[in-house]
Write a protein that binds this ligand. Structure first.
Ligand SMILES: C[S@@+](CC[C@H](N)C(=O)[O-])C[C@H]1O[C@@H](n2cnc3c(N)ncnc32)[C@H](O)[C@@H]1O
Length: 323
């Protein structure tokens, strides 16, 4: 088993055994197996449909606009000779429209280090960068950037670029832990540039997520489980998606509810699910600027600046370390 499959299995098992929740975000971006006709384990395709066909899904386009408008101001925080380590570059379109405009504005960039669980995304970012900025060396790392955050210490001048609001898939507690673990790695003058959605408007959040495309993306994880994990007797069709906004914790919960009783065996472990049981698969937290800065300060980071899109939802935070 690869490291990815080991983590996938352990996270899925603990979710269905109700020992953990909101831990399945890293498994959203499955790629279809070409040998399976219309393979429903196609998270990547569902994500593309979400960002391109749901006109109310503002996160993607507003972050593109924000980065393009502010790229030179954000890049001004990057020290010369830095190694820009990007956590989760995502699709080639995201790389072209978000990463590239930022990288192009950096003076004396030493290297670009994309880190992603998806090898396709890594290869695409390298291919585009070698065409657009051939003088920059690229070092791809195919790993889980949360579990292997200490990879940062292999770079002398690290600047971590973490856009796409991916950080907000972590629970608030795990976000704090992430900050606590990253701050010593950035010492003495590394920075973390991180994109966060600060939207608190339920109607617009519902428009972005509660339209069927996010449902398909979330439910694709069930087909991914059925295809790639050692499971027997599992029916991935017997679940519905449910959006839930919890204003007090700033959390959009992406829940999955069982529509029938089912018994299945996962890695030798019998699991029984009752119809109506709700599983909190993953979250998208929506942090107001002050709240997010407080989280950063609590865990050894220092807000240096932030940039807000004109619609006052998408934010890019620039965080340094406390010396
Ligand atoms: C929401 S997409 C965002 C993509 C891109 N940054 C953007 O701005 O559109 C999340 C990306 O992070 C990757 N990813 C998510 N969790 C990860 C993890 N724990 N370790 C490595 N890659 C991860 C996914 O494969 C995907 O490329």
């Amino acid at each position: 088993m690869t490291d990815f499959q080991t983590s996938f299995l352990s996270d899925v098992k603990s979710l269905f055994l109700q020992e953990q929740e909101e831990n399945l975000a890293p498994y959203l971006y499955s790629t279809p197996n070409p040998d399976i006709e219309n393979d429903p384990a196609n998270g990547e395709g569902c994500y593309q449909e979400l960002i391109s066909q749901n006109l109310n899904y503002y996160l993607y386009k507003e972050e593109i606009e924000l980065i393009n408008n502010k790229a030179s101001q954000i890049a001004a925080y990057v020290p010369p000779e830095s190694n820009v380590i990007e956590f989760g570059p995502g699709t080639d379109i995201a790389f072209k429209n978000k990463s590239l405009p930022f990288l192009k504005e950096i003076k004396q960039l030493k290297s670009y280090v994309p880190v992603d669980l998806c090898q396709t995304y890594l290869d695409q970012s390298e291919e585009i960068l070698s065409r657009e900025l051939p003088e920059i060396s690229v070092e791809k790392i195919n790993t889980d950037f949360i579990k292997n955050i200490d990879l940062i210490k292999n770079f002398t001048k690290p600047v971590v670029f973490f856009k796409g609001s991916t950080i907000t898939n972590l629970s608030t507690n795990n976000c704090l832990k992430f900050f606590e673990r990253i701050s010593p790695q950035l010492q003495p003058d590394g920075i973390l540039i991180v994109g966060v959605d600060s939207n608190q408007n339920e109607l617009s959040l519902k428009g972005a997520y509660d339209d069927g495309k996010m449902a398909n993306l979330t439910l694709s994880i069930l087909y991914f489980i059925n295809r790639d994990l050692p499971v027997s007797g599992f029916d991935p069709t017997a679940f519905n998606y449910e959006f839930n906004w919890v204003a007090e914790t700033h959390c959009v919960e992406h829940n999955v509810r069982a529509t029938k009783d089912q018994d299945f065996i996962l890695d030798g472990v019998p699991i029984n699910i009752k119809s109506g049981t709700k599983f909190h698969f993953l979250s998208s937290y929506k942090y107001p600027v002050d709240y997010f800065q407080e989280l950063a300060i609590k865990s050894g980071l220092k807000p240096l600046d932030y940039f807000v899109h004109q619609n006052e939802r998408m934010v890019i935070h620039v965080l340094g370390v406390k010396n």
